[in-house]
Design a protein around this ligand. Structure first.
Ligand code: SF4
Length: 315
């Protein structure tokens, strides 16, 4: 077994999950969460069992109740709707997504055309595009480049979703630059440290693996990308599973080396369950391959911290 590190929870997911847990402790159940707090089935089920209610839109939240916005971020109109319904909103948007929102607002104020590289329909893309819909157009990968039209080819910038494939994004940007040589780049990388670190270590192990198993949910962009990256980097097969029991023994037939990693929204106990499952099938010799040391943490949302402090002072 080649076990990738870093894998699993990133700082933004850790913060978002803790936000729901702390809100449940502080305000009591139920706490409403708009969209899945992070894209992981197990995390959502665990929080539901503790009293979180996941909804699609603010209209499903009773007036005056507490609603948490997910790690993927929301468009400004979602805050406005929450205010109209007198909801107490707690924003668990990852600060690295918020950074992209700031960039979008700034470039829109300067009247740039913004090419947002990302996957159509993904919540993060909807939220970022909502910051400046008149200035932003979506570029969904290299094949969408030909459809791009801009007002002034000297005033164009690209931004991206945080959880894309690093290599595919570079390809998209290269194609965009062929058409728009003066295209500007974001002030700093939009693809986040967690996404790139998890892809980097998978690239290291994949060439040696007969099969790479990625623990993560189908709607988790960064998890799906890890399977693609593993295959591109030379793994003979790659599979995404939410849970150990989804592993088909046929995938392991004839395999000598199995790689294992997990997406940024996956708690490590699910990976440990996969390790135990594979050990029972003869893959008990585990080598952890580490390519980066992650220490980043984010503090809880201000509005929640303020209430936690006030509650502590009352005790
Ligand atoms: S994957 Fe990156 S952008 Fe998304 S929550 Fe984690 S750190 Fe934030």
């Amino acid at each position: 077994m080649l076990l990738a590190k870093p894998r699993g929870y990133c700082a933004g997911v850790d913060r978002a999950v803790q936000t729901v847990e702390e809100a449940l402790k502080l305000y009591g159940a139920p706490i409403y969460v708009r969209k899945q707090i992070v894209h992981n089935k197990h995390v959502v089920q665990t929080l539901e069992a503790k009293g979180a209610i996941f909804v699609e839109e603010n209209e499903e939240v009773p007036e005056g109740a507490t609603v948490i916005f997910s790690a993927h971020g929301v468009a400004p109109e979602v805050y406005a709707q929450a205010k109209e319904r007198s909801l107490k909103a707690i924003d668990a948007t990852c600060p690295l997504v918020t950074k992209v929102h700031h960039e979008a607002r700034r470039f829109a104020q300067e009247d740039y055309d913004i090419l947002l590289i990302g996957h159509e329909g993904h919540e993060e893309v909807i939220g970022t595009a909502g910051e400046a819909p008149a200035h932003i157009q979506l570029v969904d990968g290299p094949d969408s480049v030909d459809q791009v039209t801009v007002r002034d080819p000297e005033k164009v910038v690209w931004l991206s979703q945080t959880t894309l494939s690093v290599d595919e994004t570079l390809e998209t940007v290269a194609r965009l630059k062929q058409r728009l040589p003066l295209l500007q780049s974001p002030p700093s990388d939009d693809i986040c440290y967690a996404t790139s670190n998890r892809q980097h270590v998978v690239k290291e192990i994949a060439p040696e693996c007969d099969v790479v198993i990625v623990v993560g949910s189908r709607n988790s962009s960064n998890s799906v990308r890890l399977v693609e990256v593993a295959l591109d980097a030379g793994a003979r097969a790659g599979h995404l599973v939410d849970f150990a029991h989804e592993i088909d023994d046929a995938w392991l037939a004839g395999a000598r080396t199995v790689g294992l990693t997990s997406g940024a929204s996956v708690p490590d106990d699910l990976v440990q369950e996969v390790l135990a499952h594979l050990a029972e099938r003869g893959f008990a010799d585990v080598e952890e391959i580490t390519t980066a040391d992650e220490r980043l943490t984010f503090s809880l949302p201000q509005e929640l911290k303020r209430d936690m402090k006030a509650a502590a002072a009352r005790r």
